[in-house]
Design a protein around this ligand. Structure first.
Ligand SMILES: Nc1ncnc2c1ncn2[C@@H]1O[C@H](COP(=O)(O)OP(=O)(O)O)[C@@H](O)[C@H]1O
Ligand SMILES: [Mg+2]
Length: 239
């Protein structure tokens, strides 16, 4: 049976997907493709030769699922120290949805992105330590990824606000057509280290913008924080 999502508001949206709380499990997120970003349109915007690729190769949900399956096989349980778990596909009234672990803080609110955390709190010593810890694990596991963007990493916090860990929720996999397993371990480690270097550059860029009044862009900002009392369109909460 298809899961109904169209009666609730997504808690966040990225460039490609809308994120909803799973109606049957508040610990899971269902990601569906944005209806205003059809794959045909996405392919048309690509340059040659990428515009010749099959539409399925541009489907972020499908790509993420494949990458997560291969990471699980290659790295195993330890990858979940730095990456959220993926649970496969469900049918929804907004199309095929990819189910993943929804990262929440100790107070049960949905965790903020690293972008929002730094914007709100500055790059605190505690956050610097969390990034260092994350970087150590990331490079030792040689996790393949596209650029690590501040809105694709979430900061999970304890009930008292202290940081538990950083988790990547999007942007995994290799940006090119050569599979990651083709490379030697030193080469994979080197690539992971480069991504961490770039992450630091992105943090510096955000810090330079921090004096401005408005949060830069909508990426990485929650639409709502997943507090059950806010889901007024959820029929069950009216009973
Ligand atoms: N597993 C998750 N836990 C908590 N927040 C998430 C999770 N997945 C996505 N989000 C939030 O939703 C936003 C968009 O999700 P994302 O997967 O990055 O979509 P897109 O592929 O369109 O970029 C993220 O920036 C983040 O704020
Ligand atoms: Mg994203």
């Amino acid at each position: 049976m298809s899961i109904q999502l169209s009666n609730q508001e997504p808690f966040a949206k990225g460039g490609n997907r809308l994120c909803f709380i799973h109606p049957d499990d508040p610990g899971l997120v269902i990601k569906v493709r944005r209806p205003d970003r059809p794959l045909e349109k996405k392919r048309k915007a690509k340059k040659f030769p990428k515009n010749l690729r099959p539409l399925s190769s541009l489907d972020d949900n499908l790509e993420e699922f494949k990458v997560m399956r291969s990471l699980d096989k290659r790295i195993g349980e330890s990858v979940y120290q730095v990456v959220s778990r993926c649970h496969g596909f469900v049918e929804t009234d907004l199309g095929k949805g990819l189910v993943s672990e929804l990262v929440r803080d100790g107070n049960q609110k949905i965790s903020h992105t690293l972008k929002q955390y730094i914007w709100d709190n500055d790059f605190t010593e505690e956050c610097q330590q969390a990034v260092t810890e994350f970087a150590k694990t990331w490079t030792s596991l040689c996790v393949p990824s596209r650029d690590l963007l501040l809105h694709n990493i979430v900061v999970q916090r304890e009930l008292d606000g202290s940081i538990t860990r950083l988790l990547v929720i999007d942007g995994l996999g290799s940006p090119n057509l050569v599979p990651d397993s083709f490379y030697s371990r030193p080469a994979r480690k080197n690539r992971a280290e480069k991504k961490i270097q770039k992450l630091h550059e992105k943090i510096e860029q955000l810090l330079a913008q921090r004096g401005a009044e408005e949060f830069p862009g909508y990426h990485g900002l929650l639409i709502h924080d997943g507090d059950a009392s806010l889901n007024s369109t959820d029929e069950r909460s009216e009973n």
